[in-house]
Design a binder for this molecule. Structure first.
Ligand SMILES: Nc1ncnc2c1ncn2[C@@H]1O[C@H](COP(=O)(O)OP(=O)(O)OP(=O)(O)O)[C@@H](O)[C@H]1O
Ligand SMILES: [Mg+2]
Length: 149
């Protein structure tokens, strides 16, 4: 399993880091984003979605209320935020199992709350505050989502 860590000093650098990740993704792939509120999960997702070529970064907004956003015309990119999803019943209404039947890129914020029905290859990305404008981004590539929970 490959693991690397970088520190970004502003949100632009986090977006640039995401672009690099997005540019080398091959679907199907699952990206689990962890880190406290405001750590930069959605900011990094802007870069990943644009680096993959699914949408410009300013079109990528937090799916806080809508829970699932979809980008892209060819290979779809789904961005899911499970923060407000309270229980397994709510989770089951999101259609995540159907998404995992597609050939897609799936990014999930707060994924640690639920067991994910997927055996896709996984990137685990953790973001931490270092200072108000700096974040430590830890990227682990490889492994299986089912081992997480
Ligand atoms: N180095 C940095 N990287 C990312 N975001 C930064 C950085 N410095 C400051 N910020 C700011 O921190 C905030 C990160 O918010 P973002 O919505 O990406 O976090 P999040 O982890 O998705 O939060 P939530 O759990 O609420 O969804 C933004 O307002 C962004 O401008
Ligand atoms: Mg977010």
């Amino acid at each position: 399993m490959a693991r690397r860590q970088i520190v970004t000093w502003n949100s632009e650098e986090t977006i640039a880091c995401g672009r690099e990740i997005g540019a080398r993704l091959k679907a199907p792939v699952l990206i689990l984003l962890s880190g406290e509120l405001g750590a930069g999960k959605t900011t990094l997702t802007k870069g990943i979605v644009s680096g993959f070529g699914a949408a410009p970064e300013d079109e990528v907004t937090s799916p806080t209320f809508t829970l699932v956003h979809k980008y892209g015309q060819g290979v779809p990119v789904y961005h899911v935020d499970l923060y407000r999803v309270e229980d397994a019943r709510d989770f089951s209404t999101l259609g995540i199992e159907d998404i995992f039947r597609e050939d897609a890129v799936v990014l999930i914020e707060w994924a640690e709350k639920f067991a994910l029905p997927s055996d896709w290859s996984v990137f685990r990305i953790h973001l931490e505050h270092v200072s108000p404008d700096a974040r430590r981004v830890t990227i682990e590539e490889g492994g299986d989502a089912r081992k997480d929970v």
